[in-house]
Design a protein around this ligand. Structure first.
Ligand SMILES: Nc1ncnc2c1ncn2[C@@H]1O[C@H](COP(=O)(O)OP(=O)(O)OP(=O)(O)O)[C@@H](O)[C@H]1O
Length: 273
């Protein structure tokens, strides 16, 4: 049986929106004694593009690792399309989810990390077909067709048979983006996707992300230190500090009329960098 609080949170409607794609309800995450995320409520609508900004250590990466099921909340509930990520119903009772449930939920999410995490011994094409074949059960033929289309979309249709080591960092990150897209996720998570790149390679990766964002239907949650990019791409900017959302709103409000002292001084520091 679940704790009463968890049960109540699952039953509680997410604030502010009728059918959120993603809902964090009172989510906290601690590592030992350190509370990194604090009773956080956060929603993302279908197709919405959200950029998360905030000082180093404010919990941005942890926030999206929780959705990717790479971390488990210490308390609170996360839902995708109204279905709890870490809990499932068995015979009318909510219980802790098993690996099968997590696997199914994870199938709706794509993630692109700072490091590209490609398999070095596999070709570019193979890197993009392993998960759809092994995780989604897609036929290899369909996976290859879809992978080729996604690799072409990110400008790498001519690199199918190359190995990661033969590509630049920017190209490797574009493979990682194509690999996530092949899975047809409902939401794509980007964790500082350009921070491991040489400065001259940042633009090509941002351009690809921008293009995907403009296509529209997939939601995106993007952790970034690139303020101009966040302004361009996001429908909403979320400013986190101390494991909480301090302020959020459309880019024009957040960047041009920041309300809180903490956001004002963060933006000042970012400008002077
Ligand atoms: N697995 C872990 N074990 C212990 N502490 C962790 C772990 N993961 C994160 N932390 C701590 O949690 C805090 C928040 O980390 P997180 O990476 O989420 O912040 P961030 O806002 O993404 O930072 P940055 O902008 O520097 O990437 C940091 O103090 C970090 O050291």
């Amino acid at each position: 049986m679940l704790a009463v609080k968890t049960q109540e949170l699952i039953e509680k409607k997410a604030v502010d929106t009728v059918n959120p794609l993603v809902a964090y309800k009172q989510v906290s995450k601690s590592f030992g004694d350190i509370k990194v995320i604090r009773e956080l409520d956060f929603i993302v609508s279908p197709g919405e593009k959200v950029a998360i900004i905030g000082p180093s250590g404010s919990g941005k990466t942890t926030l999206i690792r929780l959705l990717m099921t790479l971390e488990e909340p210490t308390s609170g509930v996360i839902e995708i399309n109204g279905e709890p990520l870490w809990h499932k119903e068995v015979k009318g009772k909510l219980v802790k989810a098993d690996e099968k449930h997590l696997h199914k939920m994870r199938g709706q999410i794509g993630m692109v990390f700072q490091q590209f995490n490609l398999f070095p011994h596999m070709t570019v094409l193979r890197n993009c077909t392993e998960a759809p074949v092994n995780v989604l059960g897609m036929s290899r033929k369909e996976a290859e067709e879809r992978a080729k289309a996604m690799l072409t979309k990110v400008g790498l249709g001519n690199k199918l048979d190359n190995y990661p080591a033969q590509l630049s960092g920017g190209q490797q990150q574009r493979v990682a983006i194509a690999r996530a897209l092949v899975m047809r996720p409902k939401v794509m998570l980007f964790d500082e996707p350009t921070s491991a790149l040489d400065p001259e390679l940042v633009g090509e990766v941002l351009d690809v992300i921008r293009e995907i964002a403009e296509e529209g239907d997939m939601a995106m949650i993007l952790v970034t230190h690139e303020m101009e990019f966040a302004k361009d791409v996001a429908d909403r900017i979320v400013f986190t500090d101390g494991g909480k959302i301090v302020e959020q709103g459309p880019p024009t409000e957040i960047f041009e009329k920041p309300k809180s002292d903490r956001l004002q001084s963060f933006l000042k520091r970012m400008k002077s960098k």
